[in-house]
Design a protein around this ligand. Sequence first.
Ligand SMILES: [Cu+2]
Length: 386
Amino acid sequence: MFKVNKANVWSRSLPALGVALAAITLIAGSLAPMGPAAGQAQAAEADSLPRVTQVLVAPPFLPEHEQVAAVGPRVVQVRLVIEEKSMVIDEDGTVIQAMTFNGSVPGPMIVVHEGDYVEVTLVNPEANAFEHNIDFHAATGALGGAALSHVFPGEEVVIRWKATKAGVFVYHCAPGGSMIPWHVVSGMNGAIMVLPRDGLTDRDGNALRYDRAYYIGEQDFYVPRDEDGRFKSFEDLGDSFADTLDVMRGLIPSHVVFNGSVGALTGDNALTAKVGETVLFIHSQANRDTRPHLIGGHGEYVWETGSFDDPPATDLETWFIRGGSAGAALYTFKQPGLYAYVNHNLIEAIELGAAAHVNVEGEWDDDLMVQVKAPAPIDGADAENW
Ligand SMILES: [Cu+2]
């Protein structure tokens, strides 16, 4: 198996990876002087703050957190372990060679408050083949931390950055050149929520709170096909690179899914809620535009661009998430039943996989909707009256 390490990363020894590695060399070379080396940072404030470890969980769930910060700023420690692994992404059993943070696509949601410091330990286990790093769109400087977090297999790195902007933001791997889009569309992306210390508010400053929060990470996959049109499987990650890059350059994804695979959030895996509960849906797309829509409900408060410093839009039917960003929408369920939460490019939702379900329990409200007459043969007399 091909393995990138410090000895061969500059040698461009594998022809299929030559172009990409050359690009890494170019970018890495120009970045070397950027950002403080370990120990040089003026981190007096962070050093004096209390520290807390956040236990990350797999999406669509969020780690335990407070909506309003009960105490002052803290250093929030998180651990991200990179897993290169094969994953089944649809009901036909299509297998991809994925790259992940903590084994899930998307990676885990991190939740902090504005003014907190995020201290990330990024681990690239020896069993992996490739170099990785992490770029936080919420962070400032050094390519979002990417320039300070390159790790080869068998290495780990710790970076700390201050969460100065409140909102929901994407993070992703960005090791250089063609490795950047390839790692991102192979699953190496996730999101962080930086809450205002006083929690979310509407445009008038009134508190907005949620009873549940779900993280939906939308992922475009570009799976190559064989001569017969069937999806190809590959022996390992390195083996999949050249063909996958060819499909990527066509810009037409083979799959557009929520949380790693077709059906990851439908059927038995559906999200749940109760009538009267307010649910926060956080939606990220690290690579491509999308347009979430809750069928049968609304985006009552929507931070479409992801910034919590901007007042939320209200009562949207569909909202737009720019590729490379995350957004958040709040809705209080008023009717029980099955809701579909989809990318409202309906071809992507139904044909390619970008759909989730929300099962909502509670009492039906006839005032909001009722079937006045059940389906029955057309009544000729009735029709004449129209
Ligand atoms: Cu990576």
